[in-house]
Design a binder for this molecule. Structure first.
Ligand code: SAM
Length: 238
């Protein structure tokens, strides 16, 4: 029996992450990053979230909307295995899935009503800016947190790289933080400490300069002797 059902986004996620490259691979890794879940009509009513303020964390079910056009694959090469080994799609958190659905637990900081919109303030998400949210549910520790669970290839949290800032970037950061980007330094550190480069690039010397887009800023960085150096911050041109 084939079951199909049309579903509708209930909200849109706003996050500092403007491109897929550099987004943490799971939630909870970059706690300094704040985001917003903006409810969409006809769900944009304070009653749809009545009681949610009692919870410190929520589940977001969402669409990997930027990858839907590429379809899905039976097996995938998880970055954790250096891209060399294949696992079944249902044994991974790959974004190329039959229904393209992601799930993340994020911290809930508050529920606001702004200019006719109901907005959930969140942090530590791994979602691209503009991601359609398919459902929102409270995180229930007694049953959602399983202390003796086995985490397979992802049992341990990822090892973090050391991140340093060039001298003139430090001065720039202070200015940007005062202007409109609170926690910018901590967000950049958190994002780059995950070393977002593909696994095959990490195996050997890599002189390339990389760029991640946060808010409307391009962060330019390079790896030198296994340390990530932030070389420049520029206003984004896209
Ligand atoms: N925590 C979720 C899960 O397990 O279902 C997502 C894990 S997935 C490995 C996280 C990655 O999804 C991010 O690093 C980012 O590259 C990608 N991503 C986030 N939002 C996306 C979107 N709207 N469309 C496509 N890819 C997205």
């Amino acid at each position: 029996m084939t079951m199909t059902r049309e579903i509708q986004a209930v909200a849109i996620c706003r996050s500092p992450y403007k491109q897929k490259f550099g987004i943490p691979r799971q939630p909870g890794l970059v706690t300094a990053a704040r985001g917003y879940v903006e409810l969409q009509a006809p769900f944009n009513h304070i009653d749809t979230v009545r009681g949610l303020e009692q919870y410190s964390h929520i589940w977001l079910l969402f669409s990997f909307h930027e990858n839907l056009a590429q379809g899905w694959k039976t097996t995938v090469r998880p970055p954790r295995l250096g891209g060399n080994e294949k696992l079944g799609v249902f044994a991974t958190r790959s974004t190329f899935r039959p229904n393209g659905i992601g799930q993340s637990v994020v911290k809930l900081h508050g529920i606001h009503q702004r200019k006719g919109k109901v907005v959930l303030e969140i942090s530590a998400m791994d979602l691209l800016d503009g991601t359609p949210i398919l459902d929102i549910k409270p995180y229930i520790p007694f049953s959602d947190a399983i202390s003796d669970a086995q985490g397979g290839i992802a049992h341990e949290a990822p090892i973090l790289a050391k991140v340093k800032f060039a001298n003139d970037v430090v001065a720039q950061l202070a200015k940007y933080e005062q202007q409109q980007y609170p926690n910018l330094q901590a967000i950049i550190e958190g994002v780059l400490a995950q070393d977002p480069r593909p696994a095959y690039k990490k195996a050997k010397a890599d002189p390339k300069q990389y760029q991640v887009a946060l808010y409307d800023l391009d962060i330019l960085w390079r790896v030198v002797d296994e340390v990530i150096i932030v070389e420049a911050i520029r206003r984004s041109t896209i």
